[in-house]
Design a protein around this ligand. Structure first.
Ligand SMILES: Cc1cc2nc3c(=O)[nH]c(=O)nc-3n(C[C@H](O)[C@H](O)[C@H](O)COP(=O)(O)OP(=O)(O)OC[C@H]3O[C@@H](n4cnc5c(N)ncnc54)[C@H](O)[C@@H]3O)c2cc1C
Ligand code: FES
Ligand code: FES
Length: 472
């Protein structure tokens, strides 16, 4: 029985005996005295707690920015962490990002500054020559309330130029030492390495929390609203971490992160890639997984509408029942109710690749462009035969208790030309598909009008008329 969690912090091995359901932020600040990592919102929104993280077993992958406030100690065993204290490495005081932030006046009160320095260091480690969009993307999960972003972006550009001219030593990292479980402080974390091990644990510990990236589950943990006496993590299960390409489709293991999905789909489906780039922030996408997004079964999750429109299938697996594969749209039964049985896990999601004559568009409507969940998310897949819609799948999030197909709207467009007039007819048919709710994100009427408006936008977009709408 392993009673500690082992990981590498700023290049040095650390073993800790805190409970595995402690947040990494609390571990750093309260147990290891690393106070440079700040707590702002404690729910993954502000980026003050940003660290660089690499999972145990992922030695080849770069270290990515992640929110330590919603990450649990269960997830870091065998992994590597770099905090603001370790950015400079090799005994230096500041790295190029920190130095340029000081020179460019990129900090006033300083509360956001460590998180921003870490996030930008993470960006430059993956992308030494980022354009303006890439810098803004990397900062979408870091809120600064007093400096303003211009000097921060200037510092990022200056640091990138400096690092290209004289590459700085990479932040100190270490070795991987994943253990199979930790038992500390009355809480246990199991870390299976393969699917069979995961399924045995799932069968034997049906009440354990099944934890992937923790970007949904970690929010109540960070708010001290819950504890996890027993956790099973999926992040080290080799079969769940794979992306398989072949036969005109991708099969994404359930523990593949959104950042990894983004890389895979960007060329085939630029519109899906735009949607994924608006999925939380780099910090959220580097931890949040495709399986977790489906498993959480939120009616306003962004993955399911796009995946349903693409005709994705999902494979569930259990030790006793074996595998079953179904259309993703059939997985969702009712509000937060799914086909998943207590002894099952989501193994993978299979997504067809783009073929000639097919079109995919996705539109996310949220109160804020970045780092916000959808009020309405519309996804549209069309097969065109000349100017006629020969086949179509439309799926919406935010319009019902589950992500759902709009079969009446589809019928209104099938076999017709896609024009503003036919899109308006399809918009009217949505009344037979959905009876949306009013909540603080939007009224039922707002949702109905928005969903219909998006169909008109689809027609204009496909006809090449649409001006990019940034946020509504
Ligand atoms: C600040 C912030 C911004 C966000 N922005 C967005 C956004 O823009 N769009 C969006 O859709 N979501 C967003 N989310 C929600 C979240 O990031 C996603 O739903 C993410 O994909 C969840 O994945 P995860 O791996 O972190 O899941 P976890 O939190 O680890 O798990 C979520 C659920 O899925 C279950 N689960 C995980 N893996 C499996 C499996 N293999 N089999 C069965 N069940 C499984 C878990 O048991 C749990 O019930 C945001 C969250 C935060 C905190
Ligand atoms: S403290 Fe705000 S994202 Fe973690
Ligand atoms: S410098 Fe004050 S919040 Fe950014």
């Amino acid at each position: 029985m392993t009673t500690h969690t082992a990981f590498v912090l700023n290049g040095e091995p650390v073993a800790t005996q805190v409970r595995p359901d402690t947040t990494v932020l609390d571990l750093l600040r309260d147990h290891l005295g690393r106070k440079g990592t700040k707590e702002g919102c404690a729910e993954g929104d502000c980026g003050a707690c940003t660290i660089l993280f690499r999972r145990g077993g992922d030695a080849e992958t770069p270290m990515l920015a992640a929110n330590s406030c919603i990450m649990s100690v269960a997830q870091i065993d065998g992994g590597e962490i770099v905090t603001v204290e370790g950015l400079a490495g090799d005994g230096a005081v500041l790295n190029a990002v920190q130095d340029e932030m000081a020179k460019n006046g990129s900090s006033q009160c300083g509360f956001c500054t460590p998180g921003i320095a870490v996030a930008l260091t993470g960006l430059l480690a993956c992308n030494p020559d980022p354009d303006e969009d890439a810098i803004h993307d990397a900062l979408a999960g870091n809120l600064c309330r007093c400096t303003g972003y211009r000097p921060i972006v200037d510092a990022a550009r200056a640091a990138a130029a400096r690092m290209r001219a004289e590459p700085a030593p990479a932040p100190a990292t270490g070795e991987n030492l994943v253990t199979s479980h930790t038992d500390a402080g009355g809480a246990t974390a199991h870390r299976p390495r393969d699917l069979r091990g995961l399924l045995m644990l799932r069968r034997d510990h049906p009440d354990a929390v099944l934890l992937a990236g923790g970007t949904d589950l970690g929010v109540p943990l960070a708010g001290y609203e819950t504890t996890w006496p027993e956790t099973i993590t999926t992040g080290h299960v080799a079969e769940l971490r794979r992306v398989e390409t072949g036969d005109g489709r991708w099969t994404f293991g359930a523990a593949v992160t959104w950042e990894e999905v983004l890389k895979a789909v960007a060329e085939d489906y630029p519109s899906f890639a735009t949607l994924i780039r608006r999925f939380g922030s780099t910090q959220i996408r580097s931890m949040g997984t495709i399986g977790g997004n489906i498993g959480t079964a939120s009616p306003i999750g962004d993955g399911p509408p796009a995946l349903i429109a693409l005709g994705a299938t999902i494979t569930l697996v259990s030790l006793e029942g074996g595998e079953r594969t179904m259309r993703l749209e059939d997985f969702f039964l009712d509000y937060r109710k799914t086909e998943l049985r207590p002894d099952e896990v989501i193994a993978s999601v299979t997504v067809p690749r783009a073929r000639a004559g097919e079109i995919l568009r996705t539109y996310k409507i949220s109160k804020r462009y970045d780092q916000d969940i959808s009020t309405v998310c519309g996804a549209y897949w069309l097969a065109m035969d000349g100017g006629t819609v020969s086949d179509i799948r439309i799926a919406y999030g935010g319009m019902a208790a589950t992500p759902k197909r709009a079969s009446h709207a589809e019928a209104a467009l099938r076999g017709k030309a896609l024009t503003v007039a036919t899109a308006r007819e399809a918009g009217a048919a949505l009344a037979s598909d959905f009876k949306p709710l009013t909540d603080w994100r939007g009224s039922a009427t707002y949702r109905e009008r928005t969903a219909a408006g998006l169909l008109e936008r689809l027609a204009r977009d496909v006809a090449g008329e649409t001006v990019e709408v940034m946020a509504l």
